[in-house]
Design a protein around this ligand. Structure first.
Ligand code: F6P
Length: 522
């Protein structure tokens, strides 16, 4: 158990003087002291529950707990993912200094894969198979799940350029989307990317074999395989599936699935991000890596964001966190961050193998503003649980409707204000109690000068490092995900009973009545 952390929590609960959010906000230097920026990205923590004293306390605690040392070990490639006995070096995919620390063979492999990724992406963007100008490609089916799909989907929605190339995603094992999609596509104009680090993921392999079958039926096996590409770390399984090494891009085992957006997993996205788009995206993340490594703790964006997160989760005991991008292009950001945050820090056993006695990851959810205002925000303003929020927006839009953009930003700032101050804080003496807003509901505001590949790279790397700092405070390993395994095993035992009525499931599953009901309705 992290004794320093538990001691800090005890101190906060017994001796520490907590200031109200409005009291904090009223301080004349609040914005100066609670906003941090780097290279066109600003984070304003003025409306969080942190006071000057609590910030100082938390930074001291993080320092004592060795956050700087942990950061060094992360970037040095130590095996900090100790449960899987490997480093977490996804930063090497984007940051030359980190890459230079790897052995020469691996540097060669990473550079060569990156070069092939760019070549493949340019060929797709130009409308044909790599090295085969006469073989048209107008559609890509990207098959993958979790980290093997969420990143590319976010990138394409946020930064994809209009072009003759359309990317379609297949993830969940649910076949409804696949049947519709295949009915609408011509195999002779389609390329398939099977993105799976392990090449053992059930959903992905089922889709891949069905899609290959569909292609084979009209083109024959060789031509179908010529149009099938794999991004994986499991060459043996890729070979067994039939994809050639020429069509395979390598994913090293030290790049975790939810950290793989920086790798060849983003091939489909790189194809529609325009020339230089993917490289700029990597450069933005590398800039955040350097900032995280070098900025003093009180000026360090990931550290400051983690301090607010820990304070809200552990001291204020808030159970959830909402991410509300006021930018429709970032509509899949909440889903992307859900995996990053909850799969990384949704743990309850510490590095010593003991159960923690403090809360770890909050529930993360969200959807874009202003839509979210018409669904989630009632609860945010007047619900019994307080949910801290991240508001995210770009200052300069990529359209000419300045009135609409002013409206968008005004709505975001209005929500941050109203949540913090409530009706009374705004001088509104509301007599009807049902119409009162209590306020004291924290949020952070993140502003990008503009949404570009570079700034999105910065933003995602910011969240990655924030998650890492939190994991240090909580003394947990953020890089494994054993929690997703049990369900997969149980599903394998249940599926035969759904395919064949003579099969049963183990009695201790407690599922027999429910299965009988399902069978009676078929
Ligand atoms: O959900 C578990 C998980 O292992 C994620 O971490 C990963 O992103 C996803 O499954 C997909 O895994 P793979 O790329 O190996 O198919």
């Amino acid at each position: 158990m992290n004794q320093k952390f538990t001691h800090m929590l005890q101190k906060c609960n017994t001796e520490f003087e907590h200031k109200s959010l409005s009291e904090n906000l009223g301080h004349p230097d609040r914005f100066k002291d609670f906003s941090v920026k780097t290279d066109g990205l600003l984070m304003d923590l003025s409306r969080t529950a942190l006071s000057a004293e609590s910030l100082k306390l938390m930074l001291g605690v993080l320092k004592d707990m060795g956050v700087e040392d942990a950061r060094e070990r992360l970037f040095a490639g130590e095996k900090i993912n100790f449960t899987e006995n490997r480093p977490a070096l996804h930063m090497a995919m984007r940051c030359d200094e980190v890459l230079a620390g790897l052995d020469a063979d691996m540097v060669g492999v990473v550079n060569q894969t990156k070069q092939r990724l760019i070549e493949f992406a340019s060929a797709f963007a130009a409308g044909h198979l790599p090295g085969e100008p006469a073989q048209p490609v107008r559609h890509i089916i990207h098959i993958g799940i979790g980290g093997s799909v969420l990143g590319p989907r976010l990138l394409i929605e946020a930064l994809g350029k209009d072009s003759g190339l359309k990317v379609h995603f297949l993830s969940s094992i649910d076949a409804h989307l696949r049947s519709k999609l295949l009915a609408s596509l011509d195999p002779a104009e389609t390329a398939v990317i099977v993105a799976t680090k392990s090449f053992t993921t059930g959903e992905t392999l089922l889709h891949a074999s069905r899609v290959l079958q569909w292609m084979e039926q009209s083109l024959g096996r060789d031509a179908a395989l010529q149009r099938t590409f794999a991004v994986s770390g499991n060459q043996q399984a890729v070979d067994a599936f039939g994809v050639s090494s020429q069509n395979t891009l390598y994913l090293p085992d030290w790049v975790g699935g939810r950290y793989s957006i920086w790798s060849a997993v983003s091939l489909s996205a790189a194809a529609v991000m325009g020339e230089g788009g993917f490289t700029d995206f990597l450069a933005g993340a590398a800039a955040m890596d350097r900032h995280f490594q070098s900025a003093a703790l009180h000026e360090n964006l990931p550290v400051m964001m983690a301090v607010a997160g820990i304070w809200h989760r552990n001291v204020c005991a808030y159970p959830a966190h909402a991410v509300i991008p006021y930018d429709y292009r970032l509509r899949s950001l909440p889903a992307y961050l859900q995996q990053l945050v909850m799969e990384s820090n949704g743990k309850s056993i510490d590095r010593q193998g003991e159960a923690v006695n403090y809360a770890t990851s909050a529930v993360l959810f969200g959807e874009p503003g202003t839509d979210a205002q018409h669904s989630l925000f009632q609860m945010f303003h007047q619900g019994t649980d307080i949910v801290p929020l991240s508001f995210i927006a770009a200052i300069r839009p990529d359209h000419e409707d300045h009135e609409a953009h002013a409206g968008l930003l005004a709505n975001m700032l209005a929500q941050a204000t109203a949540l913090a101050t409530g009706t009374a804080g705004l001088g509104d003496e509301v007599t009807n109690i049902h119409k009162r807003m209590p306020g004291e509901r924290p949020s952070e505001v993140i502003l990008l000068d503009q949404l570009t590949p570079f700034s999105l790279g910065q933003l995602l790397a910011l969240y990655e490092h924030k998650v890492f700092v939190e994991s240090v405070a909580w003394d947990i390993n953020p890089f494994d995900q054993f929690g997703v395994e049990l369900g997969k095993v149980v599903a394998k035992n249940i599926q035969p009973a759904l395919e064949d009525e003579s099969q049963g499931v183990p009695a201790n599953y407690g599922l027999n009545s429910l299965l009988d009901y399902i069978r009676s309705k078929r």
